[in-house]
Write a protein that binds this ligand. Structure first.
Ligand code: HEM
Length: 499
């Protein structure tokens, strides 16, 4: 053997040795990769027996105290990973944004929308619908003066309605829902409805009922065992409501087809119709009827229930904490006087801004966010999570994270104020979630919350009905997919009349 041959053999042996060592290291690492911990599941039902079916987020929060920020829970046959706490949720959604960026295939949402639309869509359909929605919402004025004027017009209608009760107790849910819905409806359909319009009230009813039912134990069970669907009445009602909403959208779409001005699309439906005509010949045509129906109903529901519930929480919290209400009113009077509050006033109103943020933190409208799914196998915080796993980003654990908030369980606007009374942004303020699936309507929602809240606080003092002490107000949330206040009667006293 020549000197050259022997050194080549030695080099080859060295290479093989290095490869063997590398494989050993990888295998050792792989054996260390473990599944997230979690409560022991029972056969068939998994961890169903320990889950609070009415408020599953409460059980999940409790379990995170025992099992840590990454754990798994068995929902019937499905294993779900729960992420909790600011640091972990942010790490997953920002630093592992792609890996955790898919929407999970939850049976009820698959039945309702079949992966179409935006909020419960997947892959390319989601990408195309999200891009289209964000561009169109921006073109139609989201976050700009055009939509500010629409919101202000709606505030005026709402104030008139409140005034008509002349300080007597009334239920605000319906009218507040209608008022907030009109803002998104003006963007989607290019029109507003009267608060008494029976068709409008019917649509709001359908959406409201579905949002409530989807959080009910019957549907939570259906999501674990879809095979039981035929036994569960709530599941049928949800589908029937969807069908009625879809036929309204279908009819509206046809009307828009007849009246479309190609040079002046006035609503999201018009813009969709134009894209449909442009893309008619392309093979991957996402601008089809199924996507239209799912997209419009997603935006309608997402744009109404969340914002309206937050405002209702706002009014109830102001009744519960009259001293905070007074400071908000004083600031509005000082900065705006009797003029119409506008977005430009926000920077001069740090206290009011802090109160609105604190209302959102405490309201905790979507405590579990919307369910995500892994797009690949992921090694996250040393835990192995396989591709296709459902992941709950427990937003309630972020909004109540003890490491981030001075008094996580108490309503305390100073969470958002510096010692000099300036507004302070908080990283753990995540009611809209973060990352690629974050709320598509955040700029609109923030504008609505500020304008509705300040316009109402400028005109009225809110109080519980006579005989009810503000200390007795029930702040326990109702059951539903979003966290809503229970029905409350309120008194809206015109400010001059307030005692
Ligand atoms: C206070 C009001 C609102 C809150 C707290 C809120 C919160 C959220 C949250 C937590 C998500 C889930 C994000 C995730 O999966 O990580 C979401 C998604 C979404 N929101 Fe909102 N939202 C609000 C208002 C609105 C409004 C006004 C619109 C109307 C345009 C809207 C449209 C959407 C849509 C389309 C999605 C699905 C995004 C996607 O899957 O890509 N939301 N929202």
């Amino acid at each position: 053997m020549s000197a050259f041959d022997s050194s080549a053999v030695l080099a080859l042996l060295g290479l093989i040795l290095v490869l063997i060592l590398k494989i050993k290291v990888l295998m050792a690492e792989a054996s260390k990769q473990q599944s997230p911990p979690g409560p022991k599941p029972l056969p068939v039902i998994g961890n169903l027996h320990i889950l609070n079916l009415k408020r599953p987020y409460e059980t999940m929060l409790e379990l995170s105290k025992k099992y840590g920020p990454v754990y798994s829970i068995q929902m019937g046959p499905r294993k779900v990973v729960v992420l909790s706490g600011y640091e972990t949720v942010k790490d997953a959604l920002i630093n592992y944004g792609n890996q955790f960026g898919e929407r999970s295939r939850v049976p009820i949402f698959e039945r309702l929308f079949d992966g179409k639309g935006i909020a419960f869509a997947h892959g390319e359909t989601w990408k195309t619908m999200r891009r289209f929605s964000l561009t169109t919402l921006r073109n139609l004025g989201m976050g700009k003066r055009i939509i500010e004027d629409t919101i202000i017009e709606e505030c005026q209608h709402l104030i008139q309605n409140f005034e008509s009760h002349k300080g007597k107790p009334f239920e605000i849910k319906k009218v507040l829902n209608a008022s907030v819905a009109n803002v998104i409806v003006s963007v989607l359909l290019g029109q507003r409805f009267d608060y008494q319009d029976p068709q409008f009230l019917r649509l709001l009813n359908l959406i409201g009922e579905n949002v409530k039912l989807i959080g009910n134990p019957g549907i939570v069970l259906f999501n674990m065992f879809p095979i039981l669907g035929f036994l569960l009445r709530s599941h049928k009602t949800v589908l029937r409501n969807r069908d009625e909403l879809f036929s309204f959208i279908r009819m509206t779409f046809l009307e828009h087809c007849y009246n479309l001005d190609k040079n002046d699309p006035r609503s999201l439906i018009d813009a969709f119709l134009l894209r449909q005509q442009e893309e008619n010949d392309t093979s991957a045509n996402y601008f089809n009827e199924e996507n239209l129906l799912a997209l419009v109903s997603n935006l309608f529901a997402a744009g109404t229930e969340t914002t309206a519930s937050t405002l209702r929480w706002g009014i109830i919290l102001m009744m519960r904490y009259p001293e905070v209400q007074k400071m908000v009113c004083d600031e509005i009077i000082k900065v705006v006087g009797s003029a119409q509050p506008r977005i430009e006033h926000r920077t001069q109103m740090p206290y009011t801004d802090a109160v609105i943020h604190e209302i959102q933190r405490v309201a905790n409208i979507l405590p579990m966010g919307l369910p995500h799914e892994t797009t690949t196998d992921v090694l996250f915080k040393n835990y192995y999570i396989p591709k296709g796993t459902e992941v709950i980003t427990l937003l309630t654990s972020v909004l109540r994270d003890q490491t981030q908030w001075e008094t996580p369980e108490a309503f305390n606007p100073t969470h958002f104020l510096s010692s000099e009374g300036r507004f302070v942004k908080k990283e753990a303020f995540m009611p809209f979630s973060v990352g690629r699936r974050m709320c598509a309507g955040e700029p609109l929602a923030k504008m609505e919350l500020f304008l509705f809240f300040t316009s109402l606080m400028q005109k009225f003092t809110f109080q519980p009905p006579p005989g009810v002490s503000h200390l007795d107000l029930d702040l326990t949330p109702d059951i539903g997919f979003t966290i809503q206040p229970r029905p409350h009667k309120i008194c809206a006293l015109p400010r001059a009349l307030a005692l």
